[in-house]
Design a protein around this ligand. Sequence first.
Ligand SMILES: [Zn+2]
Length: 225
Amino acid sequence: MFNVTHHLIFYIHVEFHLASRCSVCGVSSESSDHLFIRCPLAVALWEAVFSAFQRRISSDTWSLFFSQAMLVSFSDQVRVLWKTTIHVVVWSVWLARNQWIFKSKTMDFRSALSFVWRAVSDANWLEIGCMRNCVDDLLILYRFDLRGCPARASVIRSVIWSSPAPGWIKVNTDNAALSSPGAGGCEGIFRNCRAFVKGCFTVPLDHVFAFEAKLLAASIAINFS
Ligand SMILES: [Zn+2]
């Protein structure tokens, strides 16, 4: 297993001796700001990371960029993956730069990204902390093809559907919103005392909070009934 801790400690202690011209792109003059946030390889890696975690950091200086990245809020499980990713992206860019200088070898975007993704997968094996039991965390873990560690429910209740009294129609609704606020939707199903479906609805919602989706589901159910 990739020893994340070892590499992180190594990264923290490493001293960056920068050349006058960026060895990765060969275009701009080399500085930590260029190498880690503006060099095309770094930009492409950060875009992939931001897309996977649905978070974005933007800053003109590397030190500010790194500080902001360390402050992004996640659940315990996803925070470990996020911080690992940040450090391994830096490590990959530094590796690409040194491979060219000392071995005249180039590291392309694909191999750098696969290196980062492998490290994230290895970090998940450490099983530090739990995810939030929400769609956002689930999607992040799916993007890396990782197993989630759900938080334990504080109260466990069995939920069993029971039929309404004869002559009555029961409606059950559900709702969801991606992010807060974000694209959402709600749905409902009407059933009689013998559990026969008498109707149903599904409504996409543009930009809502979860509680708005819940209220809209109830409101739509009343309109349909
Ligand atoms: Zn460059």
